[in-house]
Design a protein around this ligand. Structure first.
Ligand code: NAD
Length: 278
């Protein structure tokens, strides 16, 4: 069994990006990220702070747009429009969740596909579905990079994704399908879940329930990717019962230090790509 070290891989990706950013700057192409944060959600504030730190580390310019909890939808759309129209801004990120009175889908739709580095615009998702070049949602994109870095073959394998969210499960399933895996997507209505997961060569778990996947649900030799982030008083846990599942898996990601660090590295990868394309 080998533990997939997302922290180390993310670090090496960031180091390469730093060099690319220097090159781009020499060509007069300055990467700049705009992050929109609406309201006072504590977790979102942490995520945004982490993104700003990584931008600083890579020499990427960064602008934060902090908006009142009470902002109206039209005002939010106007702000997105103005960022869409600014030449200096190469990527736009709307931190979710946003307050309930706002329509997040409409907001994502408004972000220009060329600047949609999160890959949440329907145009980006549609292109992923059609297996065309696009910005892929950062968590699935990071998982693909991890699989690639560890030489895990995807072509022809049975892949099972638990979770069908728009930001993880669905783009993950599409990405694996585009790499010629036979993909099964499971969710909260799935019957006989463990019968399905036991067939997986590659099992991606994105549910949000601590230690949901136990060793009896996993085939010997499977590659197990744990996306879950479950914060408890005892610490941070994944969706997979790591200690027991690792005895059966051929490769497994830990939590923390697996998928998490890759997500932000891929966001920066997408931003550098958007800058090159601009
Ligand atoms: P979500 O709540 O939007 O989706 C959860 C999915 O799990 C749903 O599709 C649901 O059908 C499925 N599910 C729930 N209970 C189930 C059950 N009993 N059996 C089978 N399926 C079940 O969550 P999300 O945004 O996709 O995130 C999932 C987890 O991944 C969370 O813990 C989140 O914090 C974490 N996450 C991590 C990263 C990262 O960078 N590591 C990024 C995004 C999300």
């Amino acid at each position: 069994m080998e533990i997939m070290d997302g922290k180390a891989l993310a670090k090496s990706i960031r180091e390469n990006l730093k060099l690319e950013v220097e090159e781009l700057k020499k060509q007069g192409k300055i990467p700049k990220l705009a992050v929109i944060l609406v309201g006072n959600d504590k977790a979102s504030q942490i995520y945004v702070r982490n993104k700003s730190k990584v931008c600083m580390e890579l020499g990427i310019e960064y602008e934060e747009i902090l908006l009142e909890e009470t902002i109206k939808m039209q005002e939010l759309l106007d702000i997105i429009d103005s960022l869409n129209n600014r030449e200096d801004i190469k990527g736009i990120l709307l931190q979710s969740p946003i307050p309930k009175h706002l329509d997040i889908n409409e907001a994502f739709r408004r972000i220009k596909p060329e600047k949609d580095i999160d890959g949440f615009n329907p145009v980006s998702v549609g292109k992923l579905c059609l297996n065309q070049d696009t910005f892929v949602s950062c968590t699935p994109f990071g998982i693909l990079k991890l699989l690639e870095a560890y030489g895990v073959e995807i072509d022809g394998k049975d892949a099972v994704v638990i979770g069908r969210s728009n930001i993880v499960g669905k783009p993950m399933a599409l990405s694996l399908l585009n790499k010629n895996a036979t993909v099964t997507v499971c969710h909260s209505h799935t019957k006989n879940l463990s019968e399905i997961t036991k067939k997986a060569d590659i099992l991606v778990v994105a549910i949000g329930k601590k230690h949901f996947v136990t060793a009896d649900m996993v085939k010997t030799g499977a590659v197990v990717i744990d996306v879950g982030i479950n914060r408890t008083d005892e610490g941070l846990f994944g969706d997979v019962d790591f200690e027991n599942v690792k005895e059966k898996a051929s490769y497994i990601t830990p939590v923390p230090g697996g998928v998490g660090p890759m997500t932000i590295a891929m966001l920066m990868t997408n931003l550098v790509k958007a800058t090159k394309n601009s």
